[in-house]
Design a protein around this ligand. Structure first.
Ligand SMILES: NC(=O)C1=CN([C@@H]2O[C@H](COP(=O)(O)OP(=O)(O)OC[C@H]3O[C@@H](n4cnc5c(N)ncnc54)[C@H](OP(=O)(O)O)[C@@H]3O)[C@@H](O)[C@H]2O)C=CC1
Ligand SMILES: CC(=O)N[C@@H](CCC(=O)OP(=O)(O)O)C(=O)O
Length: 342
């Protein structure tokens, strides 16, 4: 089986990481690569680490250029995917790495993104209950946001098992690539190096409704999430520290048992041995997710910490994993759990 794949947004961070993975996928043949301001540019000038594609030239992001492929990945800014997707027809698999089709409630979309809601597609976080079945054979996939990936994987088992009160508190640190390639003043090297800083505080971050959606579905009741993102002086990685009040009767042993069962058959999620803690360096460039749980008995809280690479499992790896499922390929094809260290 040969899968001809086009990548829109090939000049960006998410598109670049996706191409790095696609180059090792045995079934994938890389077709059209598109950009926006960089259309006409050699990919080698923009993504110098993608040596086999160095002489490919970026085309403009149009439906005409993207048609004729089996899969089209859209790694475009929020709000740009819908217009392209609707021109691609129903037969092609469209994998949107942006936010446009993640949320179910149009009011959430309008509040956090400030534009009309485009719709809702099957959600590309296969580890969530019922997600694989929705992805199998699907022609549309909404890849989750990077923070919701880390946080949903950390907390859904506790909520699905009824161990946690429905008020989660999350503080997560992200590497700077999460913000994309476009220059932003708060991402200047002199601002980021040697410092950590919060942003999107007080329930304002657009990933909050996505986390609420996922955890509420797992719990079967509304779950509130107080989410505080922080920027860390590293290019990649997310470390999410998640907690919720434990329901009566929860113990360290019952908590661990639930997490062991939840992830026993997951190819990419590692519940670490007791005493070992997740670290972003361990998942650098890898599709693996590290998770550890603790019961803070004195505070009566469940603590779950997760680490992912925001560009790998948090975007491009998650997109490829979901593509494999949709096409009926082995889920781990083209995806490595081997990191780069130190
Ligand atoms: N970075 C991350 O960790 C994550 C990113 N994502 C999502 O992936 C998508 C891409 O993000 P990322 O790669 O980080 O962003 P970048 O800013 O690095 O890349 C954006 C890409 O989109 C293209 N582009 C910009 N404006 C337009 C436009 N108006 N129409 C069509 N194409 C356009 C750019 O082309 P050009 O350079 O030629 O102008 C570039 O290829 C976003 O929706 C983001 O939210 C999701 C999860 C995590
Ligand atoms: C560090 C940083 O700025 N991170 C980004 C998260 C990007 C991401 O996951 O994605 P989507 O834009 O696809 O939702 C942010 O907080 O906005």
């Amino acid at each position: 089986m040969v899968v001809r794949a086009a990548v829109a947004g090939a000049s960006g961070y998410a598109g670049g990481e996706l191409l790095r993975l696609l180059l090792t996928h045995p079934q994938v043949e890389i077709g059209a690569l598109t950009g926006h301001s960089n259309a006409g540019e050699r990919l080698g000038a923009l993504q110098p680490h993608l040596r086999p594609l160095a002489d490919r030239v970026l085309q403009p992001t149009t439906a005409e250029v993207l048609s004729g492929h089996d899969v089209v990945f859209l790694a475009l800014p929020h709000g740009q995917s819908a217009a392209v997707a609707e021109q691609l027809g129903d037969e092609v698999l469209v994998v949107d790495m942006g936010a446009d089709f993640r949320l179910e409630d149009p009011a959430d979309w309008e509040k956090f993104y400030g534009s009309p809601h485009a719709g809702t597609w099957p959600y590309g976080l296969p580890e969530l209950p019922g997600a694989r079945a929705a992805l199998e054979g699907s022609k549309r996939i909404a890849v989750p946001g990077c923070y919701p990936t880390a946080v949903s994987l950390a907390l859904f088992p506790a909520y699905a098992a009824g161990l946690a009160e429905p008020e989660a508190v999350v503080v997560a640190a992200s590497g700077t690539s999460g913000a994309g390639k476009a220059a932003k003043p708060h991402l200047l090297g002199s601002e980021v190096m040697g410092s950590m800083s919060p942003y999107g505080v007080g329930g304002t971050h657009r990933h909050t409704p996505e986390m609420i959606q996922n955890l509420g579905a797992a719990a079967g009741e509304p779950v509130s999430v107080s989410f505080t993102p922080t920027l860390a002086p590293m290019p990649r990685g997310i470390l999410a520290t998640c907690s919720a009040k434990a329901k009566p009767g929860v113990s360290a042993a019952s908590l661990r048992d639930v997490y062991e069962k939840a992830f026993a058959d997951e190819p990419f999620v590692d519940l670490l041995p007791e005493g070992q803690w997740p670290a972003t360096a361990a998942v650098y460039g890898s599709n693996a997710v590290q998770i550890q749980v603790a019961h803070d008995e004195a505070a009566g809280r469940i603590i779950v910490i997760s680490a992912i690479d925001n560009l790998a499992k948090g975007t491009a790896g998650g997109a490829l994993q979901s593509m494999n499922i949709a096409l009926g390929l082995p889920e781990d094809t083209g995806l490595s759990t081997i990191g780069v260290a130190p």
